[in-house]
Design a protein around this ligand. Structure first.
Ligand SMILES: *[C@@H]1O[C@H](CO)[C@@H](O)[C@H](O)[C@H]1NC(C)=O
Ligand SMILES: *[C@@H]1O[C@H](CO)[C@@H](O)[C@H](O)[C@H]1NC(C)=O
Ligand SMILES: *[C@@H]1O[C@H](CO)[C@@H](O)[C@H](O)[C@H]1NC(C)=O
Ligand SMILES: *[C@@H]1O[C@H](CO)[C@@H](O)[C@H](O)[C@H]1NC(C)=O
Ligand SMILES: *[C@@H]1O[C@H](CO)[C@@H](O)[C@H](O)[C@H]1NC(C)=O
Ligand SMILES: *[C@@H]1O[C@H](CO)[C@@H](O)[C@H](O)[C@H]1NC(C)=O
Ligand SMILES: *[C@@H]1O[C@H](CO)[C@@H](O)[C@H](O)[C@H]1NC(C)=O
Ligand SMILES: *[C@@H]1O[C@H](CO)[C@@H](O)[C@H](O)[C@H]1NC(C)=O
Ligand SMILES: *[C@@H]1O[C@H](CO)[C@@H](O)[C@H](O)[C@H]1NC(C)=O
Length: 885
């Protein structure tokens, strides 16, 4: 039964041609496909091994790192392998890789050999140990017996792409190095196994006539290294040519000599040992009948491995090669004993010419998608990127290329590049077209380089959610689709305009820096760092989840596969962390259109956590708008983002906490304290600066759309910050000067023009701000609670036209204010609240005027001995941040 089983899996290769092998390689010209690298050789130079005639070239242009070292001559002795005399060592970095592009490439089977000889090149006299990687997997661990011996690692490997990465990995304290690399293309039908690669265990030339001589190229056209091995058995040989037309092309020198059992009944045997019983062995045995048999003589034998018949009744053919192998491995033992027994009918003992043993090596990692690899390698080459970009870009994960982020869960299991940061990398020239081949790229940062030319259209066809082009020197028209994507909120776009008005500077942290001091750098970092949040979560993952849950309507078809990326972002909080931050949502700060705002702590910092109610679809859009805006803007007078939560249906935004809640509470008299005029002016100035930033610090301009006291929040120092960008929309650059949109906002603060025309401009915000200012001056609501519900602007106008400003001022000031300051403020507020929008000033003017008001007020203090210190009492249990509607 066992016999039958093994016979089924065995293959006999028999060739009958008598043609002799003819080698026609010029000695000074390497055979096609051979890659021979002498590591550490100076750039441009070559070394030649006289016995093979093969030239070895310098490795200098195959690797970015490492240093050349030479072995002491005393270690080299009379070695003929000149490529061992120099090494490249890698004192820097944990992973150093050669990227070799052999021809032919992908899909071809190669014998790859790496050679190492220590030779005390570093004068440390300490045998190093390190790992050798092929692609993204460990190939072997390199361990030395002594300084003189050469460690060689050989693998038969089918290339999965047009290039192969061979990496040296520092595993401990010693410095990796390498002496030589050789790649030899094989015939694809050689050494077939079902999957994986083969590590060479032994190539044995049985009873070679050439003592101590390794047989390799040119005798072996595949440059295998056949080691001579003497048995105590009898040697038999022939000087005749052997027909050698099977694909293994075992060298004639190996085939011409054979070992033979001494006497007829003797078993020819050998064995090998392993400590790893899981190791899988593959054996290839080569037989040639080298003796001319006489009449009546016969040679026939069986081959057993560990007592089990492996091949039965083999009759070697005269001067012909039989190669015997099994497609399946031998495994499960610590010792493998091969016995070759003559059959009963045989009159002669068994003979054997040579054999090879390999162990199987499975490579688990596919590495990064090769289209991505080709693209990123092209980018590296084009821009001459000076970074530690070696080996596979994404794998292994701990050796991810600097500036890249990858997803590891795509359907084909190969890693994909989803984020590329080439900021401040000295890039010049055009944007390289290869970027288009990074088809999963979500985040691209090319800022602060010296790139020029046109911004290519293809960027808008990529699934980008973050694109930073700032600090370059682009010219020409800017792709309209990118601006459109920005406007739709699916792309966080930053760039400088080319300066001819074709496009405008968009809002980004850098561009807006000069408009306001960034008082919360940590928070600003979060805003930028979590930029992916914008589209990836809000438009991608979340949508998909909602869709899966059949909650949401169809809002757009976005892209998945980014969860691996998101998991890594620092400012993302898990729902469990949010529970922790808010103490299980212990303290409610307020309820808004989208959900509830809670109080919490991130470390020692107080925060406000706005949780999106999963049932609110309308709220979701606004939530998204707010998040996207928070991500793209940063100003001391705008509430800033601390982090976010995106876990299942739990979506939340974490803001800085505003201890003194909203302005309206302080104006409405809900609090027992009042804000004096100077404080109110300062608050008005802060709010105006926030608006000025949105209108003029950002391009396209951002219109708040809901400026009102409850959206002006106050921190512990009564510094004001605008909140609630839920209704904000970026101003379009391509469609004129207004946006048509659904009427939103709060009665009384809403621009009357906007109310009737649905046309929205910055001046709408100016109107609202004017009303806010009037409310601050008068301490009255925007629509008076009198019977005719008159608007505050009308009311103020009706009084001040008679020249009596004191009649409208908040009586709670107790006349503690400078009249000129208030007058000026009233005039400013009234122009802002003009029904004709062209009469309204810009926020730049408003800020200037308010500064003057403030100066008048502060200047008057010196002369006013009754200047009172403001006392404000806060009820700590009733607060509201940020202001819900
Ligand atoms: C093998 O044996 C032959 C003679 O029996 C001897 O000349 C040769 O050196 C031996 N080779 C090795 C590698 O020991
Ligand atoms: C591989 O070997 C087979 C059989 O000897 C031969 O027909 C084929 O041409 C060889 N292929 C290459 C690429 O050398
Ligand atoms: C070999 O074995 C056969 C049968 O077992 C026996 O007849 C023969 O004498 C043996 N020959 C030698 C040389 O031992
Ligand atoms: C033993 O061999 C198997 C198969 O090659 C391999 O997966 C495993 O890592 C080896 N174990 C050790 C301890 O080397
Ligand atoms: C091979 O032959 C020897 C001697 O005849 C015998 O002892 C041994 O069991 C045989 N091996 C097998 C696997 O049959
Ligand atoms: C790599 O990505 C490209 C482009 O998305 C795709 O067409 C190709 O199938 C991927 N390759 C593999 C091996 O998955
Ligand atoms: C993109 O990839 C395709 C196929 O993978 C290739 O043919 C093309 O040259 C690549 N384009 C660029 C610009 O690298
Ligand atoms: C930007 O490009 C223009 C023309 O293409 C060139 O004159 C100018 O020097 C460039 N500026 C920088 C900073 O490279
Ligand atoms: C802006 O520059 C682009 C390309 O340089 C050009 O096509 C366009 O006409 C320019 N626009 C103006 C208004 O000069």
């Amino acid at each position: 039964m066992l016999v039958a089983k093994y016979c089924l899996v065995l293959t006999l290769i028999l060739t009958c041609s008598l043609d002799s092998l003819h080698l026609v390689h010029a000695q000074d010209d390497n055979p096609p496909g051979f890659v021979s690298i002498d590591c550490g050789l100076p750039e441009g130079s070559e070394s030649r091994v006289s016995s093979t005639g093969i030239y070895y070239k310098s490795d200098a242009n195959l690797i970015d790192s490492g240093v050349s070292e030479s072995l002491l001559p005393s270690y080299l002795g009379n070695t003929v392998e000149t490529y061992l005399s120099t090494v490249r060592s890698f004192p820097q970095g944990k992973k150093n890789c050669y990227t070799i592009q052999p021809s032919p490439g992908k899909g071809r089977k190669y014998l790859i050999r790496a050679s190492f000889m220590y030779g005390n090149y570093d004068s440390l006299d300490q045998l190093p140990t390190f790992d050798l990687n092929l692609g993204t997997d460990t190939w072997s661990t390199i361990v030395f017996q002594d300084s003189y011996s050469v460690v060689r690692k050989e693998i038969i490997h089918v290339l999965s792409s047009d290039y192969v990465n061979i990496c040296l990995i520092k595993t401990g304290t010693s410095t990796p190095f390498i002496s030589a690399l050789e790649l030899r293309p094989l015939n694809s039908s050689m050494y077939p196994i079902d999957s994986g690669s083969l590590l060479t265990f032994q190539h044995i030339d049985c009873d070679s006539t050439r003592s101590n001589t390794v047989i390799r190229y040119p005798n072996d056209i595949y440059d295998r290294r056949w080691m001579p091995f003497n048995w105590t058995n009898t040697k038999v040989s022939t000087s005749l040519d052997i027909a050698n037309k099977n694909e293994y092309l075992v060298p004639m020198e190996v085939l011409r000599t054979a070992s033979r059992a001494q006497n007829i009944n003797e078993t020819f045997q050998f064995y090998w040992d392993t400590t790893n019983t899981s190791e899988e062995f593959y054996m290839y045995m080569h037989f040639v009948e080298v003796e001319k048999l006489q009449a009546g003589q016969s040679r026939e034998f069986n081959i057993y491995i560990n007592g089990l018949l492996w091949y039965a009744q083999l009759v070697p053919k005269y001067l012909n090669v039989n190669t015997i192998y099994s497609r399946g491995p031998k495994t499960g033992d610590t010792r493998y004993r091969v016995e070759i027994n003559k059959t009963e009918s045989s009159t002669l003992p068994p003979i054997i010419s040579g054999y090879e043993i390999y162990t199987a090596k499975k490579f688990s990692n596919l590495g990064t998608n090769e289209t991505d690899v080709a693209a990123i390698r092209n980018i590296k080459l084009t821009y001459q990127v000076r970074r530690d970009w070696q080996g596979d870009p994404c794998e292994p994960e701990d050796f991810l290329w600097d500036g890249l982020e990858c997803s590891y869960h795509s359907s084909d299991h190969s890693a994909r590049i989803i984020s590329l940061n080439l900021s401040a990398s000295g890039l010049t020239g055009d944007i390289v077209p290869s970027l288009a081949n990074l088809t999963q790229l979500k985040t691209l940062d090319l800022s602060n380089n010296n790139l020029s030319g046109q911004v290519p259209e293809f960027l808008s066809e990529m699934p980008l959610s973050v694109l930073n082009l700032k600090g370059n020197n682009f010219t020409g028209p800017f792709p309209a689709q990118l601006l459109e994507n920005k406007r739709k909120g699916i792309l966080a776009l930053s760039f400088d305009g080319p300066g001819n008005g074709t496009s405008r500077e968009l809002c980004g942290r850098e561009s807006c820096k000069n408009k306001g001091n960034n008082s919360t750098p940590a928070v600003a970092g979060a805003v930028v760092g979590s930029a992916l949040f914008l589209a990836a979560i809000l438009f991608g993952t979340w949508l998909l989840r909602r869709r899966a849950l059949r909650v949401a309507r169809k809002l757009g078809n976005q892209d998945q596969g980014n969860s691996g990326y998101l998991d890594k972002k620092k400012r993302q909080y898990t729902y469990a962390e949010v529970l922790n931050i808010t103490g299980n949502f212990k303290r409610v700060l307020g309820n808004g259109g989208f959900g509830t705002v809670y109080h919490g702590h991130v470390g020692d910092t107080q925060v406000a956590v706005k949780m999106l109610s999963p049932t609110s679809t309308q709220g979701y859009k606004e939530f998204q708008a707010e998040a996207s805006l928070l991500l793209s803007v940063s100003h001391k007078n705008l509430t800033s983002l601390v982090g976010y939560c995106n876990e299942g249906m739990n979506m939340g935004i974490i803001y800085e906490y505003m201890a003194n809640r909203s302005l309206d509470e302080h104006l409405s008299g809900k609090n027992s304290g009042i804000l004096r005029w100077e404080t109110r002016l300062q608050i008005a100035l802060d709010a105006a600066q926030g608006l000025e930033y949105l209108h003029h610090g950002c391009k396209p301009a951002i219109i708040h759309r809901d400026v009102k006291p409850s959206n002006i929040l106050l921190n512990e120092r009564f510094q004001a910050k605008l909140a609630d960008f839920g209704l904000s929309r970026a101003y379009p650059v391509d469609g004129g000067t207004h946006v048509t949109t659904i009427v939103a906002g709060t009665p009384g603060y809403l621009d009357p023009n906007y109310n009737t025309s649905n046309r929205l401009t910055e001046k709408s915000d100016v109107f609202s701000f004017g009303v806010v200012l009037l409310v601050m001056i008068t301490g009255r609501p925007q629509i008076l609670t009198t019977e005719d519900r008159i608007h505050i602007a009308q009311w103020v106008d009706s009084i001040v036209q008679y020249g009596d400003v004191q009649q409208v001022v908040d009586p709670r000031f107790n006349r503690n204010y400078n009249v000129n300051s208030v007058w000026k403020a009233v005039e400013l507020a009234m122009t802002c609240a003009s029904r004709i929008s062209s009469r309204r000033p810009t926020m730049n003017t408003v800020v200037m005027e308010l500064k003057e008001c403030l100066a008048l007020e502060i200047g008057s203090h010196d002369a006013d001995p009754n200047n009172s210190i403001e006392i404000v009492q806060i009820d700590p249990e009733s607060s509201l941040v940020p202001g819900p509607r």
